[in-house]
Design a protein around this ligand. Structure first.
Ligand code: CO
Length: 499
């Protein structure tokens, strides 16, 4: 019989950990050999899908993400399989229609998912509630998510209120998602304590090691009664990833919080991933600790990415100005938490503001759509000046963004009929139209195989000869890239109103 205070573990090694450190490039073949042992460990759940894995599989690895899900599900017979869903953005970068959302969740569950963590970049409940409702109808655990951030509009009361709201729309548990590693240990203690006491649902804490505080936050969260923490196998831990499973299990051993997991058995898992990552060259910037994240709220690696983009424009000297501009743009947009896709939107607009020498002289499409209300309601007020420039007196939409999107399934089925081999294909196409179409063409032999279907990220052409073939070189820009799918082309305006 486990102690009531025992901490449960969600292992993120097969999703968030390699998304954070390896640009989501780990392949199914590198996971399957260890899946039996992982199934024996006794984790609360293993995160295997969602987030960027869907995109990376189709775009870089020539892997069908649905087949990855099926294989991992077959291996994990005893352990719950968890995924991350970006609310109405599913695993893409824009809002999708409800019919696509319903079908996507149904197929995810049919292929093995047991727990769905559902978040929205703006913490806008209307972008999460449909997914929560459908997950419940499908009989799986719907975890409502609070994206943690700091701003004049974010305080404990705000987060606890959101916790209540998430409970009211049917969440089975609450996740505090601290995507940039901002949560300080004593804040974690207070927030977890209040959610447990006032909302009364199980609470899971998800943090990243970026600022160096995450394992301390987990310790204090445990003292406050947290139910589950997210960790990664030691070789894929720390840096911009999660604290190490092995460390946290050892830290809680023989205390009331004892996870009950076997440290020795865990070394079998870490040994496997140690061998896997020896093939990868992990960029230095995603390792170690970077407290800049506490100032700019963008992960250190993304700062390097902005630096690289500026270098392309021969404007490296402007980096500090861009970094200073990021918090200002975020303030103008009403202090959104910075997570996909808002992190990319704010970072890119800040860069344009500095490069053009005049704030909002050039406004990216995403910012226009954001101001029009197409992403939802920001936590604070959008700057009146920016509203005036974008809306020119028009009114933003006030309803639920997805209500403005026409159904997508039937249309997509017609468009892609020639390529459909299984029913999930139409979902891949709706989510990432161009990427999926190329994948289908390669599958049919209509396009040549990917030049480098193992790592993608290598642009220096080293792969393919001698010993360097073994090293999967990753570039920071692959980890913190602004995805082209994020750029809302005018095409989207056919399904998305301009006002
Ligand atoms: Co994460």
């Amino acid at each position: 019989m486990k102690n009531a205070k025992a901490i449960k573990i969600t292992d993120t090694s097969l999703r968030d950990a390699h998304q954070s450190l390896l640009a989501t490039r780990m392949r199914l073949g590198e996971m399957l050999p260890i899946i039996d042992l992982m199934d024996q460990i006794g984790y609360h759940s293993v995160e295997i899908w969602g987030g960027a894995t869907f995109d990376a599989c189709l775009r870089y690895l020539n892997e069908d993400p649905w087949e990855r899900l099926q294989h991992l599900s077959m291996g994990l017979t005893k352990t719950k399989k968890q995924m991350l869903l970006r609310g109405q953005n599913l695993v893409g970068y824009r809002h999708y229609a409800d019919d696509a959302l319903i079908e996507f969740i149904k197929r995810s569950v049919a292929n093995g998912i047991d727990i769905i963590r559902i978040f929205d970049a703006l913490n806008d409940l209307r972008n999460m509630e449909k997914a929560i409702q459908v997950a419940r109808e499908e009989g799986v655990h719907a975890q409502g998510t609070i994206c943690y951030t700091t701003s004049p509009f974010h305080n404990l009361d705000h987060f606890v209120r959101l916790g209540h709201d998430l409970k009211n729309v049917g969440s089975d548990s609450i996740c505090i998602k601290d995507m940039s590693g901002l949560i300080a240990p004593y804040i974690a203690y207070e927030l977890v304590g209040r959610l447990k006491k006032e909302v009364g649902l199980p609470v899971q804490l998800h943090s990243h090691y970026s600022s160096g505080m995450a394992s301390m936050a987990y310790l204090k969260a445990a003292e406050a009664g947290v139910d589950v923490i997210d960790t990664a196998t030691a070789p894929l831990s720390m840096g911009t990833s999660q604290p190490a499973t092995d460390t946290m299990v050892a830290a809680f051993k023989d205390t009331p919080y004892d996870t009950g997991l076997d440290v020795e058995q865990l070394t079998g898992v870490s040994q496997h991933f140690k061998e896997i990552i020896s093939d990868y060259k992990i960029p230095r910037d995603v390792m170690g600790v970077d407290t800049n994240v506490l100032i700019y709220q963008i992960p250190g690696g993304m700062i390097s990415n902005l630096a690289a983009q500026l270098a392309d424009q021969n404007a490296t000297h402007l980096l500090q100005q861009v970094l200073d501009e990021v918090p200002s743009v975020r303030a103008d947009l009403g202090y959104p938490p910075l997570v996909t896709p808002t992190s990319q939107i704010v970072g890119t607009q800040a860069m344009f503001n500095v490069l053009t020498g005049e704030r909002y002289k050039m406004i990216i499409t995403e910012v226009k759509n954001y101001v029009r209300g197409l992403y939802g309601v920001p936590p604070g007020e959008i700057s009146p000046e920016l509203k005036e420039i974008v809306l020119k007196g028009d009114k933003p939409i006030t309803g639920r963004p997805a209500d403005h999107i026409a159904p997508q399934l039937e249309e997509a089925k017609k468009e892609i009929a020639a390529f459909i081999e299984k029913e999930e294909d139409v979902l891949s196409y709706i989510l990432l139209p161009n990427v999926a179409l190329d994948f289908f063409k390669r599958r049919k032999g209509l396009l040549p195989p990917l030049e480098n279907n193992s790592s993608g990220g290598n642009k220096d052409g080293k792969r393919g000869s001698g010993s360097s073939d073994k090293e999967k070189s990753l570039q920071l820009e692959d980890i913190f890239r602004v995805d082209e799918n994020l750029i809302w082309s005018d095409d989207y305006n056919t399904v998305y109103p301009v006002a």
